[in-house]
Every structure is written in C-alpha cells, then in structure tokens.
Ligand binder design. Sequence first.
Ligand code: NAP
Length: 305
Amino acid sequence: MYDVVIIGAGMSGLTAAIYCARAGVSFIVLEQDGWGGGQITSAHHVENYPAVSAVTGAYLGEALRHQALDLGCKIEQGIVSRVVDFGEYKKIILHSGMEIKTHVVIAATGAQPKKLGVPGEERLLGRGVSYCAVCDGAFFAKKGAFVIGGGDTAVEDAIYLADICQNVTVVHRRQGFRAAKSRVAHLKTLKNVNIRTGETLSSITGEDMVDGVELSCGGKMRHFDAQCVFIAVGSEPQTGYLADLPLELDAGYIVAGESCKTAVPGIYAAGDIRKKELRQAVTAAADGANAAFSALQFLQEQRNA
Ligand code: NAP
C-alpha cells in the first residue's frame, strides 16, 4: 500500500512528486509512456515560466523529470483504467489488470488535443493532419501549411511553422484572437503568414495525403491547396478513468479549489484537468505543490484518527 499514487508525469504530477519525495512518504508516479515531462515538452518556446528566460518546452520538461528522479521519484509505465474508492484507501486498476492500493490519489493526467470532427480529419491523421506542430512540422518543410485556431497554441504553431514551411495560413473562427497580444503581433510581422479570421474549416481533402482544405465563410465555401493542417483548437481533460467516482465536473474539468481537493476525500486533481481560469505550466506546477501539500495533511489526519 502506497501513501500516494500520482497519475500523470507532466508539470503538475512531477511537481507533486518532488513535494512527496521531500516529505518522505511512499509514492509512485504512473505515466502511460513511462517517461514523463508532459504536454509542456511540445511547446516550442517558453518565456513565461519564472526564473528561466526563454527555453524550449522539451528542456523544461526534461529538467523537471531529472529533478524528480534525482530526488528518488519512481516513474512507472501504466495506463490506468479505473480508480475505486474504499474510503480508507483507493484501488487503482491498470489496463494490464494489475491493481495498486494507495491512501491518496493525485490525478494529474492533463488534457488531450480537441478534434474538430470535420471530414478528412481522422482519415488523414498522420498524413498531413496533425495536432503537434513541433512533432510534425519538419515533415512539411517548404510546403503550404494551414493552422486552425486562435489561441496561444495556434499562434505559436504558426510562428514555428513559418520558419519551416513555404507559407502558413491561420484560420480562426472569430475576428479577435484569444492568444496573447504580443504573440499575435509577432505573427502579423511574418511575411509568409496569411491570417483568415471569421472563417471555419469545413473539410480536409486528399486521397493518401492532404492536398487541400475547404473553408466556410458566411455560408460560402472556398477550396485552398494545402499539404498539411495543424489543428490547435484547445484540449480536453483526461478524466475517463475517474468516471466511477462521484466527482464534481464542469465542462469535463474536475471542480477543485486551490487546495486541489475534489469531492472525494483522498482524491486530488492537479494541473490541466482541474477547473481553473489559467492553464499554464506555472499554474500546473502550483497545483502539483498544493495537491501534494493537501495529500500530506490528509495522510497526517488519517494517522491521527
Ligand atoms: P485555447 O486557449 O482554448 O484556444 C483554443 C482556440 O481554438 C480558440 O481560439 C478557439 O476559438 C478555437 N476553437 C475552439 N473550438 C473550435 C472549433 N470547434 N472550431 C474552430 N475554432 C475553435 O487553447 P490553446 O491555444 O491550446 O491554449 C490552452 C492554454 O495553454 C491557454 O491558457 C494558453 O494560454 C496556454 N498556452 C501557453 C503557451 C505558452 O505560454 N508558451 C503556449 C500554448 C498554450 P475562440 O477563441 O473563438 O473560442
């Protein structure tokens, strides 16, 4: 029986692990790829994480992973299918059938890219359709790219792709961008970037590979040639494995305050799966610290009871 099992080895999970390691409790981190680092590792450029001026997300993720490992944290490969609450303890059931008992669970599984559900999106995934510019951009050097979305991810992706691709067209459904003003201003300075606002992606065309997109604007459809489409329209929290628990959810996100305490005692939600205003690496790290602190208090109260 562990004191704490942390599910997810991203920014929030590994920060929780650092606090658990330093507190001397027994714990493990479960991560589906067994490696860790999380979503931040696919950010091209991070310049708003305190104390590090400008680094790649991969650098930040790897530095965090090493810090946690150096403190004695164990990251184990495991895909969690269910968590069952027995009050005093929780049982974690893995896809492999293995079961792990723990007093506390910190759920830190983050979020996955949202799909648009347009024709061609699923069929051409990996053949010109991608949700990760930093992973797949290099495959489309000197080609024509479309980026869908108006948030920080879309704008950052477009800036990154502008260096690699011949031209980049950003398609955003509204006039105003959700992304930081400074990032949008930078995007607008790039000569090979074309911005189309008030338009939506209707379909992605191509037989074996993407060869174009259909855009809809005020009921009119237009076809454009394209070799790749990067979809960056937000992400969805990964909470399926918690479905048996009476957690409070809001638009799929777990309702928990700054303490990361959920509606179920001994279960904490940290990082992008928690309902909050600002999903950033720094707020995920703060959640990891708060979740671990709450978990340690809970363990103490259990021992004193
Ligand atoms: P986001 O901020 O939720 O933006 C999603 C974008 O996709 C919005 O512009 C939204 O349009 C658009 N969208 C959503 N559903 C759509 C649909 N069905 N059809 C067309 N467009 C759709 O997501 P994000 O950009 O992934 O960012 C998530 C969080 O991470 C944010 O807090 C962001 O600041 C942060 N982030 C930070 C960095 C960094 O600091 N380096 C990098 C990336 C992300 P509307 O605007 O019309 O809703």
